[in-house]
Design a protein around this ligand. Structure first.
Ligand code: BGC
Length: 354
């Protein structure tokens, strides 16, 4: 579809609330909230297309949510300093209602990557919009940086909201990228924390010969692409980066689509649109415009007649038996997913800039 780019911007803007929050998906009941993780990438996409005001409004919303929870952050820092476990009331949630409220329903809320992604996107907003970051955003960013620096060693739910007892390489990469972004904004360099995080990533990769889904595993997860784009914890030419991408291509990429991880069974474990775009982003980063363009075409082919990109395509399912049970439980696959549109915009922009 030739107009998917314009349509993607339109869909994102239509689903940005007056509060600044971006809905993850407007018509999938479970996703009628705004996530720090999705929102960070959506805001970045908006910066890339010159919609700086939209990105600024999201960042103010995100900052407001953190500032309203100074007591939570203080409790988390206090307990971290004493090495105590965190209770439900000591953590920042991963998603909020459009008005910034925590949700009533039970949800795997302890996820650290979204705050790293947010710090990264905030600094990108400053660089791309060439406007100073507001005082509220700077204050919230300082709180988020403290929170991440205090908690990064703790297991938490991953970016797919699973495996709470593990320490995830993508999460560590997002924290690393976020803390470096915060250093650029504030001059507050947390050198020893950064070094410890990259050491942890390297040590976890040593046995497998590539970065791993979580510490102690030898599996790959397509989100490991985040180590190189956008968080640049290691450069694309690092041997572990190329080995990781090869494993992702070998184990998770099929017929143009990219799966989250080999035994993912959410909606049967289909091909995620945003992950194909993410792999394409990596190809653009290494100057392989042909492969980047091929993934762009695959993504474009997944749009429906209304120019909407879903979360995933139910092809080459890892575990077909789980497709129908998820449909019964939560309805059809989320469509449109704003994060899919954001990743499409990012990929298209990266190819244009290459
Ligand atoms: C995904 C998360 C995402 C959320 C909202 C979940 O199914 O695993 O990564 O943030 O949906 O889009």
């Amino acid at each position: 579809m030739t107009h998917l780019y314009e349509r993607s911007i339109e869909i994102i803007l239509e689903n940005q609330s007056a509060t600044g929050a971006y809905l993850a998906c407007p018509n999938f009941p479970t996703y009628r909230y705004s996530w720090f993780r999705d929102g960070a990438f959506i805001a970045y996409a908006m910066n890339l297309v010159g919609q700086h005001e939209s990105a600024a409004r999201f960042h103010e919303w995100a900052a407001g949510n953190i500032l309203a929870r100074g007591d939570v952050v203080q409790r988390a820092l206090g307990k971290a300093a004493l090495g105590q476990p965190l209770e439900a009331q000591d953590i920042l949630h991963t998603r909020y209602s459009l008005h910034g409220d925590e949700t009533e329903e039970d949800w795997p809320n302890f996820q650290l990557d979204g705050f790293g992604a947010w710090l990264w996107a905030l600094q990108q907003h400053q660089a791309l919009s060439q406007t100073p970051i507001s005082q509220a955003c700077m204050q919230a960013a300082a709180m988020a940086a403290d929170y991440l620096a205090a908690l990064w060693r703790r297991p938490c739910y991953d970016c797919w909201e699973e495996f709470p007892d593990e320490r995830h390489s993508y999460t560590l990469a997002a924290i690393h990228g976020g803390l470096r972004a915060y250093a650029l904004l504030s001059g507050d360099e947390r050198t020893s924390t950064l070094a410890a995080i990259s050491q942890t990533l390297l040590a976890a990769a040593a046995d497998a010969g590539h970065f791993v889904k979580f510490i102690g595993s030898d599996a790959v997860d397509a989100s490991l692409l985040g180590i190189v784009v956008p968080y640049a914890v290691f450069p694309p030419e690092h041997p572990l980066v190329s080995a990781t991408v090869q494993e992702i291509e070998r184990r998770l990429a099929k017929d143009g689509g990219v799966h989250r991880y080999a035994w993912d069974s959410y909606y049967g474990g289909g091909a995620w649109v945003l992950l194909a775009a993410w792999l394409g982003w990596y190809y653009a980063e290494i100057g392989d415009t042909d492969r980047a363009t091929a993934t762009l075409r695959w993504v474009e082919a997944q749009a429906d007649a209304l120019g909407q990109l879903p979360e995933q395509i139910p092809t080459n399912l890892n575990d077909p038996d789980y497709y129908e049970p998820w449909r019964q439980r939560w309805g059809d696959i989320a469509n449109p997913l704003l994060w899919s549109h954001a990743k499409y915009i990012i990929l298209k922009s990266m190819i244009a800039a290459a």
